[in-house]
Write a protein that binds this ligand. Structure first.
Ligand code: OGA
Ligand code: NI
Length: 339
C-alpha cells in the first residue's frame, strides 16, 4: 500500500515508500521538465580559471570556477557533513523543521509550503551564516562536527565571494569596493539541498525555474546531475565538475549593475536512482541595506536611465518568499516608474 504523503513533513520520508509521486507533486503537462529533450552543457557553460582574475578577462567571471581558493578538504568535509545530516533518522531531522520563512535556521521541504500550489521534490536546511557568531548556536549540533565544518566552509566561501565582487565591480568600470559598499552589513545564507530519488522525475521538479533573489550564488554540488540553466532559449544540463563552483548572478546584481549583469534562470530536476545534494551559498545585502542601480552607471540624458528604483532589501526578500516561485523573478516589481 502506498504510504500516506500527508502524514510526513519531509519528502525524504516519503520518497522510499512510494512508487508514484503523490498528486501534490504532479505538475500540469505544460509545466514539466521534459527530461528527454535536455541538452548537455558541453562547452556552452564557460569554465573560468580564477587565475584569470589577475589578467584582462575579468569581465567574464561567471558560471563554473576552479582554482578558487576554497580548499578541497573544506569542500569535502562540507559535503560529507551535509550527507550525514540528511541520513539521520527522521526524529533527529524534524527537530529543525519549520515552515516559517523568517526563521534564520530551519529545515523545510519543497520551497514555501505556506504559499505554493505544487510541491517540489526537495528538502533543505537553510542557515544564516554572517556573522557566524550570531547564528552558530542555532545550527544543528548533530552530526557533532556540523558547526565547525560549516563555519569553516562559510568563512572560506565568503573570502572567495569578496574576491569575485571586486572583480565584478572592476568589470563594470567601478572602484573595486563599490559593489561591496552597497550591501550594508552584508548577508550570507546557505542552503543544504537534499533531493531524494524520485519514482517519476518527469512529473515534478526539485526546484522549478527561478532566479536567485540575492546578489550572487556560489553553488557546490555533489557528483549527481540535476542543475539546469536556461541559455539561448533552451534548458541546458550543467553536469558537476569536482571542486568547482557554479556562480549564479542573482537579482540584486542585476539591479546594482543597472542591467549590465543579468540574473540567471535555472532549475533543478530529480532522477529515479540517486539522491543528490547541492549546497548554494547565497550572498546578499543585509536586510536594512538600500539597494539600487549604482550612481555611476546611471545617466539620464544618455541612453542609460535607472532601470530600477531604490528599495530596502528586506522588501525584495519578502516578495521573493511570498510568491512561491510562481514566476521566474520578482525584479519587474522594482522597475523605476516610467513617469
Ligand atoms: C537554489 C538552486 C540548484 C540546485 O537552491 O536556489 O537553484 O542545483 N539550487 O540545487
Ligand atoms: Ni537558485
Amino acid at each position: 500500500m502506498e504510504a500516506s504523503a500527508t502524514s510526513k513533513l519531509l519528502v525524504s520520508d516519503i520518497a522510499s515508500s512510494v512508487d508514484h509521486v503523490p498528486s501534490n507533486y504532479v505538475r500540469p503537462i505544460s509545466d514539466r521538465p521534459n527530461l528527454s529533450e535536455i541538452e548537455t552543457s558541453g562547452d556552452s557553460i564557460p569554465m573560468i580559471d580564477l587565475q584569470e582574475l589577475h589578467g584582462p578577462n575579468r569581465a567574464g567571471v561567471i558560471y563554473q570556477i576552479k582554482n578558487h581558493g576554497v580548499p578541497e578538504k573544506t569542500i569535502e568535509r562540507m559535503m560529507t557533513v551535509a550527507r550525514e545530516f540528511f541520513r539521520q533518522p527522521e526524529s533527529e531531522r524534524v527537530k529543525h523543521y519549520s515552515a516559517d520563512t523568517k526563521k534564520t535556521t530551519r529545515l523545510s521541504t519543497s520551497f514555501n509550503v505556506g504559499s505554493e500550489k505544487f510541491s517540489n521534490w526537495r528538502d533543505f536546511l537553510r542557515l544564516h551564516c554572517l556573522p557566524i557568531e550570531d547564528f552558530i548556536s542555532e545550527w544543528p549540533s548533530s552530526p557533532v562536527s556540523f558547526r565547525d565544518v560549516t563555519a569553516e566552509y562559510a568563512t572560506s566561501v565568503r573570502a572567495l565571494v569578496l574576491v569575485l565582487l571586486e572583480a565584478i565591480s572592476e568589470s563594470l568600470g567601478l572602484a573595486k569596493d563599490s559593489v561591496s559598499n552597497t550591501l550594508g552589513k552584508h548577508g550570507q545564507h546557505m542552503a543544504l539541498n537534499y533531493y531524494p530519488p524520485c519514482p517519476q522525475p518527469d512529473l515534478t521538479f526539485g526546484l522549478p525555474g527561478h532566479k536567485d533573489p540575492n546578489l550572487i550564488t556560489l553553488l557546490l554540488q555533489d557528483e549527481v546531475s540535476g542543475l539546469q540553466v536556461f541559455k539561448d532559449g533552451k534548458w541546458i544540463a550543467v553536469h558537476p565538475v569536482p571542486n568547482t563552483f557554479i556562480v549564479n548572478i542573482g537579482d540584486q546584481m542585476q539591479v546594482i549593475s543597472n542591467d549590465k549583469y543579468k540574473s540567471v534562470l535555472h532549475r533543478a530536476v530529480v532522477n529515479s536512482d540517486k539522491e543528490r545534494i547541492s549546497i548554494p551559498t547565497f550572498y546578499c545585502p543585509s536586510l536594512d541595506a538600500v539597494v539600487g542601480p549604482q550612481q555611476e552607471l546611471i545617466n539620464e540624458e544618455e541612453e542609460s536611465p535607472a532601470v530600477y528604483r531604490s528599495f530596502i532589501y528586506a522588501e525584495y526578500y519578502e516578495k521573493f518568499w511570498d510568491r512561491a516561485l510562481a514566476t521566474e523573478s520578482c525584479i519587474d516589481l522594482f522597475k523605476a516608474s516610467k513617469t
